[in-house]
Design a protein around this ligand. Structure first.
Ligand SMILES: C[S@@+](CC[C@H](N)C(=O)[O-])C[C@H]1O[C@@H](n2cnc3c(N)ncnc32)[C@H](O)[C@@H]1O
Length: 388
């Protein structure tokens, strides 16, 4: 496909997304209908679509409308690319610019529009991030870097780098965590490379790894990953200490791939449903990587930025409090409760922790840390609490 034809495909996918089709479904549907498209074409169309989703408001404003065509036009203007070089109607490229489209809109954007944050959220976002608001919002408009976690139970960071380089994947150490590598070349080869297939490395954001590194893990502990999901943090914990690990998720099906991933990584993890959880405990350490707005990882899942509503955020916060209350009861006397989110909103972070401390006697905050999305990884928060 020509560069113009890829843009036209992205325009069509964006129109479906605007009409209510989820982004992944719209992309898969396009790929099925477009057998002529090779893997590079599919990757390029996906990149265009996700770039537009990250910058949904500002690109619409720059393109003078809310159609897929206007958003792609706005995106080219944002990148400083002359739109008429690609909107030329040649082959399958978008039709040439109309007279109206040739003049960029003159209206000034509001701050939230320019920074691609929903209006209703702007106050909470800027109050949570203070002087970092603009940098964080701008980072959310960019593509996320690709990070790997080196499985230290199997190899060293240097040896993993060498194994990856042999297969054309270049990396450098990421400062956020001793296990983290940033991929600088060859990211699309990762899932098929030997180092990944044999469990030497896993795909995981550096801040996610840093959260696990901050936990007071020690050999011999019993550990519960209360919101394990696919098990990213479960496996990161298994690699750092010789612990007895139980993974739980309210949606048991989310852990479907965990046994295979654990086997690849050489880790032992028992899965538990909510009903049987009590009999595995109490635990020396319980990690609650709770469901959240995802605001720290919106550049990976940008549709989440636009589908979040105040009602949804309120409901997420209720779930977070309930998880803290339930999970804290599974911690052994003298044990540790860790509360983590991939959010940068105070309402989901310190506010939740302070409310838990106020309503639950016996707990003390030992440590808390946040990672900001403009520091080269996802935005994350963790609070480590101990029980007297
Ligand atoms: C942020 S994700 C976990 C990601 C995972 N820890 C990782 O590192 O890959 C949050 C998970 O919490 C689960 N969840 C939602 N409500 C829950 C609840 N009340 N109790 C336990 N898990 C819950 C969701 O199904 C989801 O898989």
């Amino acid at each position: 496909m020509t560069p113009g034809a890829r843009l036209q495909a992205a325009i069509e996918v964006l129109d479906q997304i605007s009409a209510g089709t989820p982004a992944e479904k719209a992309l898969t549907g396009w790929a099925r209908r477009s057998r002529f498209a090779g893997s590079k074409d599919r990757a390029a169309v996906r990149d265009h679509v996700f770039d537009a989703l990250r910058c949904w408001r500002s690109h619409a404003a720059l393109g003078g409308g809310t159609s897929g065509r206007a958003r792609i036009l706005g995106g080219l203007r944002d990148q400083g690319v002359a739109p008429e070089t690609l909107f030329n109607g040649v082959g399958h490229a978008p039709a040439a610019l109309t007279e109206a489209e040739q003049t960029p809109p003159q209206a000034e954007m509001s701050e939230a529009e320019r920074l691609d944050i929903p209006d209703w959220l702007w106050d909470a976002f800027s109050q949570s991030l203070g002087p970092d608001s603009e940098a964080a919002a701008l980072a959310l408009r960019q593509r996320a870097p690709v990070h790997l976690r080196v499985n230290l139970a199997r190899t060293t960071r240097e040896a993993a780098q060498a194994a990856l380089a042999e297969q054309g994947i270049q990396t450098h150490p990421h400062p956020a965590a001793t296990t983290a590598l940033e991929v600088t070349e060859g990211a699309r080869k990762i899932r098929n490379c030997d180092a990944f297939q044999s469990g030497l490395v896993e795909l995981q954001d550096a801040a996610s790894q840093a959260v696990v590194e901050l936990l007071p893990l020690q050999d011999g502990q019993s550990v519960l990953d209360y919101c394990a999901g696919g098990g990213g943090k479960t496996l990161a914990m298994a690699a750092l200490a010789d612990v007895s690990l139980v993974a739980h998720d309210a949606n048991y099906a989310r852990m479907t791939d965990l046994p295979a991933r654990a086997e690849r990584a050489g880790a032992k993890v028992a899965l538990s449903n909510s009903h049987d959880l009590q009999q595995h405990g109490p635990f020396d350490l319980v990690l609650c990587d709770v469901p959240c707005s995802g605001s720290g990882s919106w550049r990976r899942a940008p549709d989440g930025k636009w589908s979040l509503t105040q009602e949804r955020l309120d409901s997420i916060q209720t779930t977070q409090s309930r998880i803290l209350d339930q999970a804290s009861q599974l911690v052994a006397q003298g044990g540790t409760l860790a509360y983590a989110t991939c959010s940068m909103l105070e309402a989901e972070n310190m506010v939740q922790v302070n409310r838990f401390l106020a309503r639950t006697p016996g707990w003390t905050l030992q440590e808390m840390k946040s990672w900001k999305v403009h520091e080269g990884h996802d935005g994350f928060f963790v609070a480590v609490l101990t029980h007297a």
